[in-house]
Design a protein around this ligand. Structure first.
Ligand code: NDP
Length: 289
């Protein structure tokens, strides 16, 4: 039987409409419009597309946004200076430094310098620590978007075995942490998974994915997850975005896997739409805390 396609585009639209309503109510009650400042260093075409789509989404939700463009040759000190200005600007509730940064920039120093209360990406060590202790301030946007897809599709994960492929600080690790939380604001069905976290040194990867009720793929390898790696009826979430000669593809071999899985996210039109949406949600939360 073909899998249910989990429509990230529709879910993102629904959440963005909810955020727009909340922002309008907040402003009508005399609150300040939430503001997001993005910093883009260099001319990376994919980053430019991401930043533009974030700005457009802000506009639709009634969130003010500013873009600070900096040249390719920007130094760590130059960037730290901009971050410091944004930290001190009361109109700015969220700060986003678009990654990747050019190689001469010390990425960790820059991310560490963002005021944790404005760190709407959730990358600051203080926010990572709070999440790992089960008292998150900002949920990292992509894993948080995955949880929204599961919750809004009524796919309970409590007590289920989730296998996460990839252990990056941005996706894999916080994804595993969120799935394994004891409690969730989304309700008791969206936490308490038993989680296996895989990476490039995992030796028996297919054996592990075949035991999973839920597979979340975030490794950046086109069509890596094949049908023989999936247990019939499992749920498959594809975070991967890979640019190939055939266009954008995920980390999952969508056609064959969708014949085996019970539910699956497409690429494009799946998790990607939620990442921007959860950034808006975090910015609104930062403005109203
Ligand atoms: P990283 O490159 O930072 O991390 C990739 C992870 O995958 C690493 O942990 C790596 O293991 C692991 N890995 C690589 N190859 C294999 C393999 N053959 N078997 C098992 N594990 C492997 O990537 P990101 O986490 O930043 O991104 C992952 C994917 O998600 C990319 O396609 C990216 O474009 C996409 N993405 C999508 C977003 C969205 O909004 N949908 C947002 C962010 C990312 P090791 O640690 O051992 O090196």
């Amino acid at each position: 039987m073909a899998a249910r396609i989990l429509d990230g585009k529709a879910i993102a639209k629904e959440i963005q409409a909810e955020i727009a309503t909340s922002v309008a109510a907040h402003v009508a009650a005399g609150g300040m419009a939430p503001g997001l400042a993005a910093v883009l260093v260099g001319e990376d075409p994919a980053s430019q597309v991401y930043v533009r789509s974030k700005q457009k989404a802000c506009e639709r939700a009634g969130i003010a946004s500013w873009l600070h463009r900096m040249p390719d040759e920007t130094t760590t000190e130059d960037l730290l200076e901009v971050v410091s200005q944004l930290n001190g600007d009361p109109n700015v509730h969220g700060i986003l430094v678009q990654l990747p940064l050019p190689p001469q920039i010390d990425e960790l120093r820059v991310l560490d310098a963002i005021d944790p209360a404005k760190d709407v990406d959730g990358f600051h060590p203080q926010n990572v620590g709070l999440l790992s202790q089960g008292r998150p301030r900002f949920l990292p946007c992509t894993p948080s978007g995955v949880m929204q897809i599961l919750a809004r599709s009524d796919i309970s994960i409590a007590g289920k075995h989730a296998v996460v492929l990839g252990r990056s600080d941005i996706v894999g690790k916080p994804m595993a942490s969120l799935l394994a939380q004891k409690e969730s604001t989304l309700g008791p069905n969206y936490c308490n998974a038993t989680v296996t976290l895989c990476h490039s040194r995992t030796t028996n990867l297919a054996e592990l994915t075949r035991q999973a009720d839920l597979v979340v793929a975030a490794i950046g390898r086109p069509k890596f997850v094949t049908a023989d790696m999936i247990r019939p009826g499992a749920v498959v979430i594809d975070v991967g975005i890979n640019r190939t000669d055939d266009g954008l593809v995920g980390d999952v071999d969508f056609g064959p896997v969708s014949e085996i899985a019970s539910a699956i996210t497409p690429v494009p039109g799946g998790v990607g739409r939620l990442t921007v949406t959860m950034l808006l949600a975090n910015t609104f939360a930062a403005a109203t805390k």
